[in-house]
Write a protein that binds this ligand. Sequence first.
Ligand code: SF4
Length: 363
Amino acid sequence: MKSVGIYIHIPFCRSKCAYCAFDSFFANTDTQKEYVDFLVKEIESFWYADDITADTVYFGGGTPSFLYQGGVTTIINALKKRFEFLPREVSIECNPESVTKPKLEEYRLAGINRISIGLQSTSDTLLKSAGRIHTLQDFFKSVQYCEEAGFQNLSCDIMLGLPNQNINDVTDTLNILFKLPIIKHISMYGLKPEKNTPWQDIVIDEDLAADMYDTAYNLLIKNGFLRYEISNFCKQEYECVHNIKYWKRQDYIGFGLGAHSLIDNVRYANADNLNDYYSNKKERLELTKQQAKEEHIMLALRMAEGLNIIDYNNKFEDNFLIEYSKPIKKLSELGVIELTNSVLKIKPQYMGVMNSIIVEFFS
Ligand code: SF4
């Protein structure tokens, strides 16, 4: 029996944020229903012959909470029919403006046990300039609805490096979140100007963004959050089990527009426009051993637990310490990595320059 994470992509949003390059768009209820009908067929006809256990489920977007009432239950029922459904964690991304009490009650009944809220900032001015259509009050209301519906595990996304954002904005946001015990997880992402978005030409002050990250990191640690991945912090035992599967290159199956899967070391990508998706177009990409190794190293070093060398050697039937002796020697001499008990880690104080360290393994 294969145990996998399942990702469900809901591409709909009520409006478009200034920085967003995701394939997300507005759709009325009829279009949403047509999409869910197709997605259910995609689940029902999933090609893999062996038995599969759905170990985690993640509804991402877009804005899954913008989906019509009942849509999430329809999808979960399809998963229950196609797979052995024994998830440890079922998450859904919600935005404060579209999550309602009846929807949260639906999610709870359907088996969802983790809500991830796209907050980004508690400054209404910054939210407005980023094209977000919710306010801080909307966020408080959505947290209250979550509590009333019986949820106990909430995550919040926040952003660093927004235009006109200063360090106080970041600390204010975190201090508000620390007062809400239901928030067990915080993801922190730096703004990246993406092509073909209204913010494509903005210039990020990288030094300021790095200072924001360092300040936020210290505040999070002081308030009992652990960093388990470069962008992800949580209270003890509240790691996102589903996302850890991505970082550990475990099998996952994605359903929906543009969704990706990794099955037996082969990556699949659904088409990212609706017409092609409805024609079942997919890409199949078999990774070379070297590509898989590099992906494994990059993802493992992003995590606080680091790269387990025995695991690597077993997986790739190779010897990591011999294969990468040069970068290991160089980075050890620079004092930026540590190697203990067959685990290689980037030292916590150098996680901020992680990319320049990881690149040494590929040069
Ligand atoms: S809510 Fe998320 S997916 Fe939708 S437009 Fe904004 S950033 Fe993009």
